[in-house]
Design a protein around this ligand. Structure first.
Ligand code: UDP
Ligand code: MG
Length: 316
């Protein structure tokens, strides 16, 4: 039977909590009284998670769909695959680490029934996260707010419900550097939020170390803003003006018969300053160019090694 609801969760080395996660999702979804499926995307885990997922599928083939990636492709691609394979009229994306309580899914669905196509779960409270994580997350969202052209709801992560129509649009957006949190508001439709409390991880540790967050931030900015590229023009203008003013000052001193500010120190600092700006701009160009290169290659976004699904149908 075609499921009415699909719950999509990315799994990367979560052996300590997949079973608990399944139990809680199962309880919530059964209470809604409509057919549902749980699409678990194993993002190349190298602990016992793949086996545990297969076991869940064997136990409950009616509900549990498992995708095994050929290697680790990252959170954003894992949820992309999950959304591609989900068949429900409403698709709920949720982290498997139980920081996002599955019980909130019922609230998201209630809003969807009111007619919203996108329902965000908005963190009203966060528990058990380091000040560093909170600080960087905050900085990240502010930066995105300033730099990008889409309005990304603050404190909304990837925990959200998407209507089938939105899923179909997302399936047409095949960009490889994906910042799904920006793509969804970009699409439009009627969007709303539901507040919830984000808990501490029940087990395991964060799979989002600083370098992954930094990558995600870069993808977010380059994916939704051309401002850094335009920075070259601004910085170039500033450098040229500064150079002109300095030349005028030096000239007026020379006309007065004195010559302060001269010498190698000044030259060296100017060269470093201008050279630094140029390298910086070259770096920004490189970030965009590299992404353009990735796009023109048209590689598949992710590679599925195996699918465990009841009907055994391999494509969607
Ligand atoms: N995750 C993934 N691939 C990765 C990193 C994380 O599928 O490369 C999954 C992870 O298993 C979890 C979710 O993405 O279900 C969120 O990751 P995590 O809780 O580590 O991120 P945080 O909450 O610390 O931002
Ligand atoms: Mg987490």
């Amino acid at each position: 039977m075609k499921p009415r609801f699909s719950v999509v969760a990315p799994i990367y080395n979560e052996e300590s909590l997949v079973e608990e996660f399944y139990r809680r999702v199962h309880a919530v979804m059964e209470s809604l009284g409509e057919p549902w499926e749980l699409v678990l995307v194993d993002d190349g885990s190298h602990d016992r998670s793949p086996d545990l997922l297969d076991q869940l599928h064997a136990q409950d083939p009616e509900h549990v769909v498992v995708l095994h990636f050929a290697r680790n492709f990252g959170h954003q691609l894992a949820i992309t695959a999950g959304m591609d394979y989900a068949r429900g009229d409403a698709v709920i994306v949720i982290d498997a680490d139980l920081q996002d309580p599955p019980e909130v899914i019922a609230d998201l669905i209630a809003k969807w029934r009111e007619g919203y196509e996108v329902v965000y779960a908005v963190r009203a409270e966060r528990e058990g996260e380091t000040w560093f994580k909170l600080f960087t997350a905050n900085l990240f969202y502010r930066l995105i707010q300033i730099l990008t052209d889409v309005t990304i709801p603050l404190e909304a992560g990837d925990f959200r419900l998407l209507d089938r129509r939105v899923i179909e649009v997302l399936r047409q957006m095949r960009e490889s550097h994906r910042f799904v949190r920006g793509m969804v508001p970009w699409i439009g439709f009627r969007q709303t939020g539901v507040p919830y409390k984000r808990f501490a991880r029940t087990a395991g540790e964060s799979k989002y170390p600083f370098h992954k967050m930094f990558r995600l931030a870069l993808d977010a900015v380059t994916g939704f803003s051309l401002l850094p590229l335009k920075l070259a023009t601004w910085l170039g203008t500033v450098a040229v003006l500064a150079g002109l003013i300095l030349a005028l000052i030096l000239l007026s001193f020379r006309l007065n018969g004195s010559a302060p500010l001269a010498g190698q120190g000044l030259t060296a600092s100017l060269v470093l300053f201008v050279g630094g700006i140029q390298l910086w701009i070259a770096g920004i160009l490189g970030e965009y160019l590299g992404r353009i290169y990735d796009e023109v290659r048209h590689r598949p976004l992710y590679i599925v090694r195996e699918i465990k699904r009841q009907e055994n149908q391999l494509t969607n």
